[in-house]
Design a protein around this ligand. Structure first.
Ligand SMILES: Cc1cc2nc3c(=O)[nH]c(=O)nc-3n(C[C@H](O)[C@H](O)[C@H](O)COP(=O)(O)O)c2cc1C
Length: 339
């Protein structure tokens, strides 16, 4: 029987299929169900830096207006800030600790962050609670007009450096799909030496309702066709960034995971498909991978991993232009009357 085991971030996974950070991984019982259905690892629902900050600010604001405290009472605000952080963190650590007690597969903690502020000191407690690795979801939307791409990259590096100072477990970074020069950004961020890069995060997308004339969220779930962005960049960057690459966005089937492995990825994260089909879909995905491996005569993932890495060659710009011309030339030909 085909062996699906892989190594990602230095962790041994029985399957390359990881359940990504989401409501599916919010509690130990939910995560256990994912393990029982064959997940290789789970990324716990993120602890949100901004949520903690907002609540601390909100409570401090309330105290200022309710009790006529002066802004000079800084100590109490610092204390409040600390209390709020502790409240969020304690709940998170408890869930992590319980998950580690009941699961055999690796449990990867996740923090959604926008800066390297004081929360970084909490990273140590996450490690102590038993997390096997930490995934940083650095959620800097490329929508600010007053910040350059270089500055966004520098913030990534700063966060990674500071987090790594506190930790001995591996750190992975979940990347935004929005960089004008993706290969430059990935190489720069990799210089901060994360153990892995997760390509890519999926942001909220807007849509417009023509009946109500209101802006509304676009569908929150992806489809298999969204995988191509991850596939392209995994294929181009594998072996060039000195760390593991993992896919996220558009991984819906066992065949999708196989494509990620062929492109040079070490593992693939799945969320939307599991919301749509339930945790038992993991079994179907693993079975599809095994069937394909048996059909092709592969016993181990290493026998085919990375076979199609760099399928776009060393010069992605040239490749893209050639494909663009070929693609549209073909469509043009089909519209010509038959000779
Ligand atoms: C309901 C929902 C909740 C999510 N929560 C988080 C989160 O807390 N942290 C995070 O890093 N990503 C979160 N994500 C993003 C997913 O981890 C994943 O990157 C994204 O859904 C793309 O993968 P998919 O195509 O398999 O859905 C969430 C996604 C969904 C649909």
């Amino acid at each position: 029987m085909a062996d699906l085991s892989v190594n990602y971030l230095g962790l041994n996974l029985r399957s390359p299929l990881i359940v990504g950070s989401s409501g599916l991984t919010s509690g130990p019982a939910e995560m256990k169900k994912l393990e029982d259905n064959g997940a290789g690892a789970v990324v716990v629902k993120s602890l949100f830096e901004e949520q903690i900050r907002l609540e601390a600010d909100h409570q401090a604001q309330g105290m200022r207006t309710d009790s006529m405290m002066s802004v000079g009472d800084l100590e109490i605000f610092d204390y409040l800030d600390y209390q709020v952080k502790e409240k969020y963190l304690t709940g998170y650590l408890e869930r992590l600790h319980q998950a580690k007690k009941s699961l055999m597969i690796p449990v990867i903690a996740s923090i959604n962050c926008v800066s390297s502020s004081e929360w970084v000191a909490f990273a140590r407690q996450i490690e102590e609670a038993g997390a096997d690795a930490l995934e940083l979801n650095i959620a800097l939307m490329p929508a600010h007009t007053d910040i350059t791409e270089q500055q966004i990259v520098a913030i990534h590096q700063d966060i990674i450096f500071k987090v790594k100072e506190h930790l001995s477990i591996p750190v992975a970074v979940k990347m935004s799909p929005s960089f004008a020069n993706m290969s430059w950004a990935l190489r720069q961020i990799a210089q901060a030496r994360p153990r892995g890069l997760v390509l890519f995060n999926r942001f909220y997308s807007p849509d417009i309702n023509l009946d109500t004339l209101q802006v509304q969220p676009a569908p929150k779930f992806s489809s298999s066709s969204d995988l191509s962005q991850s596939l392209r960049w995994i294929s181009l960057m594998s072996g060039k960034v000195g760390c593991d690459l993992c896919a996220s966005t558009g991984v819906h089937t066992g065949e999708d995971v196989l494509k990620v492995l062929l492109a040079g990825g070490k593992a693939a994260q799945c969320v939307s498909a599991l919301y749509q089909h339930g945790p038992q879909h993991i079994q179907a995905m693993n079975a599809a991978m095994e069937r394909w491996m048996e059909k092709k005569g592969y016993n181990y993932v290493d026998q085919f991993a990375g076979k199609l890495h760099e399928f776009e060659g060393n010069n992605p710009g040239v490749f893209e232009r050639i494909q663009f011309m070929k693609y549209y030339a073909q469509i043009g030909d089909k519209t010509q009357p038959e000779a």
